[in-house]
Ligand binder design. Structure first.
Ligand code: ZN
Length: 48
């Protein structure tokens, strides 16, 4: 499952952009931000 900017995180965790490899930590319910690569495709790496 991958997410784009503006979608809500289903759970707290570390997410990685599968397009460029950038990682971010987000809380549950936070909105995914745009990625530096502008082609964000966030998927969860691990739960926090
Ligand atoms: Zn990216």
């Amino acid at each position: 499952m991958a997410y784009q900017a503006g979608e809500e995180t289903p759970e707290a965790g570390v997410y990685r952009c599968t397009n460029c490899g950038a990682e971010i930590t987000l809380k549950a319910g936070a909105a995914f931000p745009p990625c530096e690569c502008s082609l964000e495709n966030w998927s969860i790496v691990r739960r926090t």
